[in-house]
Design a protein around this ligand. Structure first.
Ligand code: GLY
Length: 579
């Protein structure tokens, strides 16, 4: 492999990457190029959570496609090989950079609420949240957005026909792929729900036994649905045979969707959110993602300190305090911009961040000061992310999801479509935490056609010499994973170092710093506790960050895949710009 092309992959967290010890204790140097920066990358870099999906993207590049064709292929392939995380019964956000026009585009393919999904529909007779309805079966599902996104991105930005870019996914669905331990484990934890549904049993119990690692999973109905999408575009999913089966299955299981809610679904192109952090121009997800706003708040608060120069306890304290404040604002203010007015200019302004920064005591935790919330469950398997840079300099950052493990658990018979359970991302009962332990109020209450608030934060960061694409799954922990990813680049880590960086998380409620096992040493934990923090220092690793970067000065591409996920693949190949 050419030395300018680096795809790194490690299978274990290296001791040298402990959160407390990893920081190159100098900030990344401000470089002054001696030669002109390269005009375009020397090839293509793709990082995704499954090798077959990364390979599907590379296949499009070899066929003369660009990063957007590769994105369609990777997205659809992940929908086949990671039903635990995302799928065409779900939604996602596509952040694109079109090198030719220089434009950044945010394609919002978030699911929408059906009209039947009123707040009252999710309460039991005592007025409590009906958690079964919120997270399992047809009531938990929003109208899917991912199929519309695949059609939109292929048509508007791709060079290849959808029939070509969906081909790898169709092939993998038909021929099958090897089940890996994460799929088996996730099935085990969701099987009681999943096996309620005939369509789910037909896919996952086809041979009479639950999916087991090493076996081949074939999804012929899903292959056929993808073929219809490839042949007919939007109408292949939202009208006709597939739509009729979706409506019938939702009805049969006691839910209510209308045909016009499917035919009326549209992706929305929105202006990405932009702000500056030190030397980096950040381009990230606007609402209905909460991630971009939270990242803007956190980084602008943190810009008041030279983090690498601080000791580990001090640094962790400040990062956790920034997280706490951003998550409070997420809870109170954010929702679907088409339905709620949000003080976005204020929340993302450096002055507002400076005000919040002033409330952070240098050596004392600020209590979150509300009723204790629920501990957030660990989410390493829900949702998925991939990152691409091609030889033209096009960039793609996509996070897509069906929400919790295997979404609603319900596969629509005859289609292979596993419905999401994204309705739980709404504040279905004001002030009651959802499955991620995050709460919300009126701004994120369900309404017909409204998009539920998301944490998905596909992002680009760009300095004078470097461009990186970052994103991750993990429910509410997405936001803090991406924050740490951006800080990792700022601290001078390479792409693989960024993916491997040990993680900490604070989300205001519950008022606790979560840390991966080994991320904080005993001394740091003791110092944080002395400041008044509650610290869960021994949590299992979480997240699945996928990132690629291009150093324009050395004209080097890198790709990094999260070592916590052994089936991911980061690839860098030589390729010429697509013409
Ligand atoms: N379903 C996870 C998210 O969108 O935040």
């Amino acid at each position: 492999m050419h030395p300018a092309l680096r795809a790194l992959s490690t299978s274990v967290l290296s001791a040298s990457l402990l959160f407390t010890a990893t920081l190159p204790l100098q900030a990344a140097p401000k470089t002054t190029p001696t030669a002109a920066n390269a005009a375009h990358p020397p090839g293509t870099a793709i990082a995704s959570a499954h090798a077959l999906a990364t390979d599907a993207g590379l296949e499009m590049i070899r066929a003369g496609g660009n990063a957007f064709d590769a994105a369609v292929a990777v997205s659809a392939a992940l929908a086949v090989v990671e039903p635990i995380s995302s799928g065409i019964g779900g939604g996602g956000f596509f952040l694109l950079h079109d090198a030719k026009s220089g434009k950044d585009i945010f394609v919002d393919a978030r699911e929408t609420a059906p009209a039947s999904a009123t707040p009252a529909a999710f309460l039991d007779e005592k007025g409590e949240l009906n958690r079964d309805r919120a997270t399992n079966g047809p009531w938990s599902a929003g109208i899917p957005g991912l199929p519309a996104a695949l059609v939109h991105v292929a048509k508007k930005y791709g060079r290849l026909p959808l029939k070509t870019s969906l081909q790898p996914a169709i092939r993998i669905a038909r021929e099958g792929f090897e089940i890996y331990p994460r799929l088996e484990r996730g099935y085990g934890s969701r099987r009681q729900v999943m096996e309620r549904y005939r369509g789910t049993r037909e896919v996952f119990l086809a041979d009479g036994t639950p999916p087991t690692a090493g076996e081949i999973l074939k999804q012929p109905d899903l292959a056929r649905t993808l073929e219809l999408l490839a042949e007919k575009g939007f109408d292949g999913f939202y009208r006709g045979e597939v739509a009729s089966k979706l409506l019938a299955a939702v009805k049969e299981e006691g839910g209510q969707w209308r045909a016009d809610e499917l035919t009326g679904y549209r992706v929305k192109e929105r202006e990405p959110l932009r702000f500056q952090y030190r030397d980096w121009a950040i381009t990230t997800a606007p609402p209905p993602s909460s991630g971009g706003v939270a990242i803007a708040e956190m980084l602008q608060m943190l810009s008041g300190w030279d983090l690498p120069k601080l000791d580990a306890a001090q640094r962790t304290h400040l990062i956790a305090e920034a997280m706490r404040r951003a998550f409070r604002d997420r809870t109170i203010y954010l929702g679907d911009p088409d339905f709620v007015k949000m003080p976005l200019a204020r929340l993302t302004s450096p002055d507002y961040a400076a005000g919040l920064r002033a409330t952070i005591h240098p050596s004392k935790a600020t209590p979150s000061d509300l009723l204790p919330g629920q501990p957030a469950p660990l989410e390493d398997d829900e949702t998925t992310h991939f990152s691409i840079i091609d030889a033209n300099g096009n960039r793609v950052s996509v996070t897509q999801t069906v929400n919790l493990l295997y979404g609603s658990g319900m596969v629509v018979p005859g289609t292979g479509v596993l419905l999401n359970n994204e309705m739980d991302d709404f504040a279905l009962r004001p002030g009651t935490p959802n499955a991620f332990g995050v709460m919300g109020f009126a701004a994120n209450a369900p309404e017909p056609g409204k998009r539920m608030l998301s944490s998905m934060t596909p992002s680009f960061i760009e300095s004078k010499d470097k461009i990186a694409v970052v994103g991750a799954p993990g429910g509410s922990r997405i936001i803090t994973e991406v924050l740490l990813g951006i800080l990792g680049y700022d601290w001078g880590l390479d792409a693989q170092g960024v993916a491997a960086l040990p993680r900490i998380h604070h989300q205001w409620m519950p008022d606790v710093i979560s840390a991966e096992k080994g991320a904080l040493d005993a001394e740091t934990v003791a110092a944080l506790e002395a400041m008044g923090h509650k610290v869960n220092a021994g949590e299992n690793p979480w997240g699945n960050l996928q990132t690629v970067s291009w150093d324009k000065r050395s004209n080097t591409l890198e790709a990094g895949t999260d070592p916590r996920n052994p089936v991911g693949k980061a690839a860098v190949v030589e390729s010429a710009p697509a013409r």
